[in-house]
Design a protein around this ligand. Structure first.
Ligand code: ACM
Length: 266
């Protein structure tokens, strides 16, 4: 099966969701792809100092205006889109990822492993990692940024049948892009990490985001890796079915050779 997957990298303007959405739409409107991954908190920026900033840009699903905008964009360019956003649900806020599909279906993942000051503003997701269905029935697994640090995230998604890990990110530590090579290879799945760029400063709080967004093959091959600062969209054609081959040698499989009873997983 031929399936075009894409990664987008850019620098959002803090607390300007409509302006950022307009820029993202213009970057994507000519793209011919089946699945596009955007950064974490893709239209809001990241360096929050107060809860009221989160409250100002958070959206409820499905009525959120940006969410509806991404649904319409997905339909008009005929591509699934995965993007990160601040979600409001009842009296809680989550650092979430949305999958929107051209047929109008969608899915939401709420970040399970919160990073640093995110813990001041967001609740951790309470639903386990689950596989979602993107365009043409392809199985994807959403994880958000710091989830990379916990190998159980990618492993859970792969064991549940994910063919492609979709990984919206706002990376500030230097290790993730290399670590994701291992996540892909140890699970034999594709992965798409979309990172943002630039420095964001809010009062005394400041982060530099490391770029280097990437698309990896099932053996950890770097199919695409952007540089630290560029903005753009890169695409590559893959065969998602390759992710069903878990063999390492004729006698070894990364899944059926597992010995769960020998592991310590409290
Ligand atoms: C991160 O999880 N945004 C570092």
């Amino acid at each position: 099966m031929k399936y075009t997957v894409s990664v987008l990298q850019y620098k959002p303007e803090f607390l300007k969701p409509k302006q950022n959405f307009a820029l993202l739409s213009s970057m994507l409107k000519e793209i011919k792809s089946d699945l596009i991954v955007l950064p974490e908190l893709a239209t809001s920026g990241y360096v929050f100092a107060h809860q009221d900033e989160v409250a100002k840009i958070a959206e409820s699903i499905p009525e959120g205006e940006i969410f509806q905008g991404f649904r319409a964009l997905s339909k008009s360019i005929n591509s699934s889109i995965v993007y990160g956003f601040a979600e409001k649900a009842a009296d809680k806020y989550y650092n979430s990822s949305a999958l929107v599909n051209p047929d109008g279906s969608y899915d939401i993942y709420r970040k399970i492993h919160l990073y640093f000051r995110e813990k001041l503003f967001f609740s951790p997701g309470e639903s386990p990692f689950e596989v979602s269905t993107a365009k043409s029935g392809v199985k994807i697994g959403m994880m958000v940024c710091f989830d990379w640090q916990f190998p159980e995230s990618a492993r859970s998604l792969a064991l549940k049948g994910a063919q492609i890990l979709c990984h919206p990110s706002n990376l500030v530590l230097p290790w993730c892009q290399q670590a994701m090579i291992t996540r892909s290879l140890e699970n034999r799945v594709f992965s798409i990490t979309s990172n943002r760029t630039g420095t964001e400063i809010n009062g005394e709080h400041k982060h530099y985001f490391t770029g280097k967004s990437q698309i990896l093959g099932t053996k950890g091959e770097i199919l695409i890796r952007m540089n630290d600062t560029e903005a753009g969209v890169y695409s590559v054609e893959i065969d998602p079915e390759l992710a069903s081959n878990k063999q390492v040698t004729e006698m070894n499989s990364v899944f059926s050779d597992r010995r769960p009873l020998m592991y310590y997983l409290p």
